[in-house]
Design a protein around this ligand. Structure first.
Ligand code: ZN
Length: 133
């Protein structure tokens, strides 16, 4: 893994949280994006070298809606930048981690993504992401 690509934060209301985080960071988000397949609306903030992704459920059955129900708002996942997502998925599976998808999926922000089940990573949802070239 190369570096932390972004940190994902689950929020109930993206508009309200966009305002809140703009105040916090002193700069507004630079984009919003919906990922229909995941039932999620996202926005992205750049903070120096770091990126923060806010996630709001776009339908009541989405994984984010379930997360908010169970755990409330807060840190949802940590995403790591990888050079070759297929190779990294193979490596991590061989190491005993549980992958939540067998093939990389198209995620937000022009990325191929794969999630690791938090039960095999001390309760932290891990996202692998590879920039689509
Ligand atoms: Zn993410």
């Amino acid at each position: 893994m190369k570096k932390i690509e972004h940190i994902g934060i689950a929020v109930k209301d993206l508009e309200i949280s966009n305002d809140l985080f703009a105040k916090l960071f002193g700069e507004p988000h630079y984009k919003v994006e919906s990922v229909e397949s995941e039932g999620v609306n996202t926005s992205f903030f750049q903070v120096g070298p770091n990126k923060i992704e806010l996630l709001e459920a776009s339908n009541p059955d989405s994984p984010i809606a379930k997360f908010l129900e169970k755990r409330g708002e807060g840190i949802h996942h940590i995403a790591y930048d990888v050079a070759d997502i297929h190779a990294e998925m193979k490596r991590l599976e061989a190491e005993g981690f549980t992958l939540l998808n067998t093939e990389p999926k198209k995620g937000a922000d022009n990325k191929l993504v794969c999630f690791l089940h938090p039960k095999t990573t001390n309760g932290v949802l891990i996202e692998l992401c590879q920039e689509i070239g």
